[in-house]
Design a protein around this ligand. Structure first.
Ligand code: KG4
Ligand code: ZN
Length: 338
């Protein structure tokens, strides 16, 4: 089954043709990052406008690269939640129009389920059940993936997402948006023990996260130094920050695996590109004798290939939409409504 998938939830307009949820026939991503960089973060109104301008060309290009026309695909898929509402609406309305004119079925896909599915494109042997740490710019979830479309959230962030904390700390250190990748690179040359940062803690659910205190501590540290005319050693602070975030992410993830008995651990989302997170997860899994999976760097960030992968399994579960499909800024990954 071939699915033409569309993604427009944030600042990437993307389209892809995916076969049977596992093979990428084509994948096109048009990023707006250079424009948002000017403002230090995504400007929602600009994102919507650029999606409108790009979507037609991006979808055409995905079909062209697949050497196909619409009559060669069996279904359409689109990210409908969660994300920036104005950005999502561009993809959803485009996909609805295409479905109406072609008669092809329309499959709505939850963005975070798509991130999880990016792993299916790389690891052909990976099948649920497994435990997944989904870490992106907007979310930090520990998800029990019981089946392709059956999930349960064990823990999530109470405030900032890990990616958001990376980006804000990086911005305060003078790095361009999105700062996560720059902070990761700067950290390679730093000593994580040069700074003692507060270790994030929450009471109640042992699998929940909190990153706003840590983020604020770093921002205050930089502002205090600049008021005194001192310069902060960016590599050391980056290394200390990265280590604290990764330690926190992994502590709950490992505890959740031990408590639930999962022996297959999977990373997903933009922050799964973090080199220390990948390395440490691999080491922890090795130590416990667990299997470890993460997406290739090319599929960590937003793309439509992952949406096409998840769409295949949503379709098999009967999750298709009609012309009443709407976009939603927030949506539970475990109980999405269409
Ligand atoms: O999944 P994603 O592309 O978009 C959302 O759905 O939010 O995630 C983007 C996030 C950004 O916060 C970005 O800084 C972060 O992923 N990110 C990283 C790295 N590469 C991307 N964070 C830490 N280390 C990285 N290497
Ligand atoms: Zn994403």
């Amino acid at each position: 089954m071939r699915i033409l998938a569309i993604e427009s939830s944030c600042d990437e307009t993307a389209a892809a043709v995916i076969e049977n949820g596992r093979n990428i026939i084509s994948s096109v991503v048009a990023t707006q990052v250079e424009e948002h960089k000017l403002y230090g973060g995504v400007v929602p109104e600009i994102a919507s406008r650029r999606h409108c301008e790009s979507i037609n060309g991006v979808v055409k290009e995905a079909l062209l690269q697949a050497d196909m026309t619409l009559s060669d695909v069996d279904a359409l898929a689109v990210t409908y939640a969660p994300g920036l509402i104005g950005a999502l609406l561009v993809g959803v309305n485009f996909a609805k129009g295409l479905s109406l004119s072609s008669g092809l079925p329309l499959i709505p896909v939850h963005h975070l389920r798509g991130h999880i599915a990016s792993n299916y494109l790389e690891h052909k042997e990976l099948e649920p059940p497994f435990l997944c740490l989904v870490v992106s710019g907007g979310h930090s979830h520990i998800v029990e993936v019981r089946d392709y479309t059956e999930m349960r959230v064990l823990g999530k962030t109470r405030d900032d997402a890990a990616g958001e904390a990376f980006d804000k700390a990086a911005r305060t250190m003078g790095m361009p948006y999105p700062g996560g990748i720059h902070l990761d690179k700067a950290a390679q040359n730093g000593s994580p023990d040069a700074f003692r940062l507060p270790v994030p803690k929450v009471s109640g659910n042992p699998y929940d996260y909190s990153f706003s205190g840590l983020k604020t501590a770093v921002i205050n540290l930089i502002h205090n130094a600049s008021q005194k005319g001192e310069t902060v050693p960016v590599a050391d602070l980056s290394a200390a920050f990265r280590k604290t975030v990764v330690d926190s992410l992994l502590a709950n993830f490992i505890k959740a695996a031990q408590d639930t008995g999962y022996k297959k651990l999977v990373l997903a989302g933009g922050v799964s590109a973090n080199s220390l997170l990948r390395q440490r997860t691999q080491e922890e899994c090795g130590r416990h004798g667990w299997e470890c999976f993460y997406p290739p760097l090319s599929l960590c960030g937003d793309n439509a290939a992952m949406i096409g992968a998840q769409a295949y399994y949503e379709y098999l579960s009967g999750n298709t939409a009609n012309m009443k499909l709407n976009a939603a800024a927030t949506m539970d990954i475990a109980a999405p409504s269409y």
